[in-house]
Design a protein around this ligand. Structure first.
Ligand SMILES: [Zn+2]
Length: 463
């Protein structure tokens, strides 16, 4: 079931929609998971709870604590915190605790139940669901934000067996391939040629010379598109994408609120160097970051025409957020901000073309980076070719979500309209190959997703 996102902008701001988790989707056929206890989720336990509460709220809560084993010998009950909640928040919280006790058996031993109660108590104040709703939204929300869903999903998946581990190790430790060695020889010239070609390709797509020039696109259309992309991504990767209790999707993150016009991006020399540096890294150009950046800077200083073209394209192409940079220990450090995205509002004139689908692809890709679990991102630092994890996994998931977007757009005219407006059919795309695809082949889609979205890296043979 895909949510069709309406353009929600009113009075210059986007109205917030409450959201809840997607634990119901645990039964989605393509996840390959069959979680028996989830069928209990249709039982809210309302009547039972009324009986339990007849002994008083405190008595009920302390019983629940005992059942969940959240109060070690000699430690105080959490009740004073609960008693301090507003009446409505407390009622929601107690219903949530009851639901958790009903589903406790399904959770693994090491599920942090004390943390789960603390999270639910915090969440009670910003809750999005009504316990009396009969659409399962309360159950999904509680079991997601408590961390139950993530724990249950992780526990259902086993680490790769020995033979698979060996194959995975071979992929992770594969030496830089011949193409990379070649890149290292005569690097500066080759790098410039490669980047000049990339610039030409981008110009051809986003700012075709001659033709009809450029016209303005509406930032409001782009924010609506980003909201629809978010719905597609959630639809494609549930339950994993929502099961991380402290993930952006459970913290009132709306991608549409983070869309800016590329025109707003700085285009000075530093920004130009960063633009080329990101591209060089995406193409796996090896080398010391400082040297690479210095080489790019020299190129742009010597070649005003190239510099002008980079400055022009910064304003006309889609891109992730500006990096946080810091000079540390004499070395250049940077961290890309994936919580913001810049999209072109000056676009090729004429009927919208394939570039609109390309824009959808880029937005999916950048959103996925934002949704990657920090433990997954950290794991990339420990392997010979970190880009296999960071970009390779992201590209594979992007291809999958894009295929999902194609399907949904074909089935739902409103989804298609929100994604690409009047643009024609989506272009055919080759299935991504390479090391990340080999990893997916070995571990299968569930472990691949659990590693990426839940940070459970043992499932891909790391950690
Ligand atoms: Zn990327």
């Amino acid at each position: 079931m895909i949510a069709v996102i309406e353009n929600r902008r009113t009075d210059g701001g986007l109205a917030k929609t409450k959201r809840s988790g997607d634990v119901n989707d645990i039964n989605a056929a393509d996840s390959g998971l069959r979680l028996g206890p989830v069928s209990q989720l249709v039982v809210t336990g309302h009547e039972d709870l009324a009986a339990l509460l007849s002994a008083g709220e405190q008595g009920f809560f302390e019983k629940a604590e005992a059942l969940l084993g959240t109060v070690p010998e000699g430690f105080p009950s959490m009740w004073p915190d609960v008693a301090a909640l507003d009446d409505a928040d407390r009622r929601w919280f107690l219903r949530a605790v009851h639901l958790l006790t009903l589903n406790d058996e399904a959770a693994p031993e090491d599920f942090g139940r004390q943390g789960a109660l603390a999270r639910l108590a915090r969440w009670a104040r910003v809750r999005g669901s009504d316990p009396d709703a009969d659409d399962g939204s309360f159950e999904r929300e509680v079991l997601t934000v408590s961390g139950w869903a993530g724990a249950v999903l992780g526990a259902r998946l086993a680490a790769p067996v020995q033979e698979e581990q060996a194959r995975l190790r071979a992929v992770y430790n594969s030496p830089a391939d011949a193409a990379l060695d070649e890149k290292a020889d005569g690097k500066a010239d080759r790098l410039r040629d490669a980047l000049a070609q990339t610039l030409a390709e981008r110009a051809a797509r986003w700012a075709p010379p001659g033709a009809g020039g450029l016209e303005s696109d509406d930032l409001q259309r782009l924010t609506a598109m980003a909201a629809q992309v978010e719905a597609v991504v959630v639809d494609t990767f549930s339950p994993y994408v929502r099961a991380r209790f402290d993930g952006p999707l459970n913290e009132e993150f709306h991608y549409a609120d983070h869309v800016h016009s590329s025109v707003e991006r700085p285009d000075d020399l530093d920004a130009q160097v960063s633009y080329l540096y990101d591209e060089a890294r995406a193409q796996e150009w090896p080398g010391d970051p400082d040297e690479l950046r210095q080489g790019l800077r020299e190129w742009l200083e010597d070649d005003p025409e190239a510099a002008a073209e980079v400055a022009r394209l910064i304003k006309l192409t889609p891109l992730h957020g500006l990096p946080d940079t810091a000079e540390g220990a004499g070395r250049y450090r940077r961290r890309v901000r994936f919580d913001e995205v810049y999209l072109p509002t000056d676009v090729p004139a004429g009927p919208p073309g394939e570039w609109r689908w390309e824009l959808v692809r880029v937005v999916i890709h950048e959103l996925l980076h934002r949704l990657a679990h920090p433990a997954f991102v950290d794991a990339a630092r420990g392997v010979t070719r970190p880009l296999v994890l960071t970009e390779g996994f992201t590209e594979l998931l992007t291809a999958e979500a894009l295929a999902g977007a194609y399907g949904l757009a074909a089935a739902h005219p409103a989804v298609r309209q929100a994604l690409v407006g009047e643009a024609g059919e989506p272009p055919a795309r080759a299935r991504p190959s390479g090391p990340a695809a080999e990893i997916l082949e070995i571990v299968g889609p569930d472990k691949f997703r659990a590693a990426y979205f839940l940070g459970d890296i043992r499932l891909i043979g790391l950690g």
